[in-house]
Design a protein around this ligand. Sequence first.
Ligand code: GUN
Length: 287
Amino acid sequence: MTQESARLIDGNALSKQLRGAVAQRATALKARGITPGLAVILVGDNPASQVYVRNKVKACEDSGIHSVLEKYDASMTEAELLARVDALNQDASIHGILVQLPLPAHIDAHKVIEAISPAKDVDGFHVASAGALMVGQPGFWPCTPYGCMKMLESINYDLKGKHAVVIGRSNIVGKPMALMLLQKNATVTICHSATPDLKAMTLQADVIVAAVGKQKVLTADMVKPGAVVIDVGMNRNDEGKLCGDVDFEGVKTVAGYITPVPGGVGPMTITMLLVNTLEAAERMAGS
Ligand code: GUN
């Protein structure tokens, strides 16, 4: 018997389209004498962070956004980092500032993020950005949940009256994701490690966003037929292969739509960073 298979939401294809639009907007700004600029700060030598920042800088280059990568030794002090952030806040050629996390333990990450000017907070991690999202005012949305919203938009999915279940309650993904879904009139449930019966929740969901950081959090028996499944996870399986939080092979036989890992939410996160940086430059240019 041939089993039904969910339709894929291709993060690479959607990214290509959105990055093309970013490049066009960058060209338009340049014609007015403004080159959008992103500063990326990396402290220490976390191998995963090194890969992430390299990908971010490369994506900027490809989209006509000027980028500056500042790499510092893990011994950098908090005061030195705060001074760098302050200098970038004042730098008119820089429209977005991203401090790669995690930071070394002797640096208070919260203090550093709060030092970034909200007008340049393209990661959307500042409390001013979180507050703006909370009350539905203009600000910067965190890139990963923003990318998930774009994926739903790409399939013309109308969230109004739908039940969305978010698994995970991080400040970077779960909580902002829930607020974005709510803003689009979904009924939203946030599940987490203390939720007693996750399956009972996910079985009611029209949309499931899995953002836990653990493989096979969501399996086929937990999904209502036809549901849209968005996988934010980035894990390594037992063979060392990149995998998400969702049991892709099982869930794709039940879901209506599913995002793959790799090639799903991952590329969208960087794409939305480019979108936010462009947006920051346009706002500063008064357009
Ligand atoms: N570390 C892992 N993901 C991210 C991200 O999106 N932004 C920053 N600044 N650090 C991260």
